[in-house]
Write a protein that binds this ligand. Structure first.
Ligand SMILES: NC(=O)c1ccc[n+]([C@@H]2O[C@H](COP(=O)([O-])OP(=O)(O)OC[C@H]3O[C@@H](n4cnc5c(N)ncnc54)[C@H](O)[C@@H]3O)[C@@H](O)[C@H]2O)c1
Length: 326
């Protein structure tokens, strides 16, 4: 298969490309990324370098490109005739979307439209795209989030663009009979993770004796999902996609084990053998109090079971972090 992964130098894109290249020696992966500086570009370069030095590296082609550039994206699609597209490139981050909404329009709306158009024009067989648990917004009850819940009240502009992606993708799927799967990721974490996310910042600041800003006393719940479980879910979904009867579906990709941020922090402290210096600050605009994934739909199609416990996942992350920053 010839596979496109957008955002291949990003956290999830890198891990997905690596796994696909490792699993099947016949797969060809074209990875594109604009290598923007939303967070440390060196980390993006390191991920890219890793992919370019895999045993199977001849099956990986990296193209530095921006998904906003319709001409270049068309050229890439026309050259490679993809069987499968994983669209992961986006402007991520809830908090950044409060101060810089325009970047979310550019990458998440215009860029997303360019991808959809190419998938239609070049008749790609399957299109997977990244949505987010943030589309569920702030919920009053204590239920695990199910895919069929209403998602019309996003708490952040980032979430609004992800919800817009789902609706745009639905219309393309029904108008042009394209097979599309939306993936609602729930707080992925692990080695080569994102420096803008809490677990990364906590680890870095504890090691450097810096103060941690703890929002809402760390009382919010997140359905932290170890990256290997995330990648396994995506691969299983693709493998079992013949069991999916409709052209368009959305799946939660989570661990279904919500944990408070304060507990998460305590595990990091324990693993590092060092206490954090905490400065309590109020909940930030756009943040939601909890995310809890129901993964019954995913399990039913794929038989997926999350494997990695938080203690083990954080240990792997910290081991990678210390090695990477030596
Ligand atoms: N990591 C999570 O917990 C999480 C949770 C929910 C949703 N998501 C979504 O999953 C996807 C992957 O997330 P991630 O954590 O790997 O984020 P990431 O920021 O590490 O990866 C995104 C990559 O896309 C690239 N990119 C951004 N805009 C681009 C553009 N206009 N053109 C080309 N490349 C561009 C970036 O340079 C980056 O390398 C994103 O769509 C994100 O919104 C992630």
């Amino acid at each position: 298969m010839v596979i496109l992964i957008t955002g291949c130098s990003g956290f999830i894109g890198y891990h997905l490309a690596k796994e696909i290249l490792k699993k099947n020696k016949k797969n060809k992966v074209i990875g594109i990324d604009n290598m923007n500086s939303y967070y440390d570009v060196e980390l993006k370069k390191a991920r890219k370098k890793k992919l370019q030095s895999l045993k199977n590296k001849k099956n990986f082609i990296f193209i530095k490109a921006d998904i906003q550039n319709e001409k270049i994206i068309n050229k890439i699609f026309s050259k490679y005739k993809f069987d499968l597209v994983y669209h992961l490139a986006a402007q991520a981050g809830v908090r950044f979307s409060i101060s810089s909404p325009k970047q979310y329009i550019d990458s998440n709306i215009l860029g997303f439209y360019n991808l959809l158009e190419c998938v239609r024009k070049y008749k790609t067989k399957k299109f997977f795209f990244a949505s987010s648990s943030s589309v569920y917004g702030s919920r009053k009850n204590n239920l695990f989030f199910k895919e069929e819940f209403d998602t019309d009240k996003p708490s952040s502009f980032y979430a609004a663009t992800k919800k817009a992606n789902e609706i745009m993708a639905y219309s393309y799927s029904s108008l042009y009979k394209i097979n599309i799967i939306g993936l609602r990721f729930f707080t992925a974490y692990g080695p080569f993770g994102r420096p803008d996310m809490a677990y990364y910042k906590f680890t870095k600041k504890i090691i450097n004796n810096e103060k941690i800003q703890l929002y809402n006393r760390g009382n919010h719940l997140r359905d932290f999902t170890y990256i290997d479980d995330v990648i396994n879910s995506i691969i299983l979904l693709e493998k079992n996609s013949n069991k999916i009867k409709s052209k368009f579906e959305i799946f939660n990709i989570g661990a279904s084990k919500p944990t408070s941020l304060i507990k998460f922090l305590k595990i990091i402290e324990k693993k590092l053998g060092k206490k954090a210096k905490i400065q309590n600050v109020p909940l930030q605009k756009g943040d939601v109090i909890k995310t809890k994934a129901s993964i019954n739909k995913l399990k039913k199609i794929t038989g997926y079971q999350p494997k990695i416990k938080i203690e083990d996942g954080l240990e792997k992350f910290i081991r990678w972090y210390t090695e990477f920053n030596k």
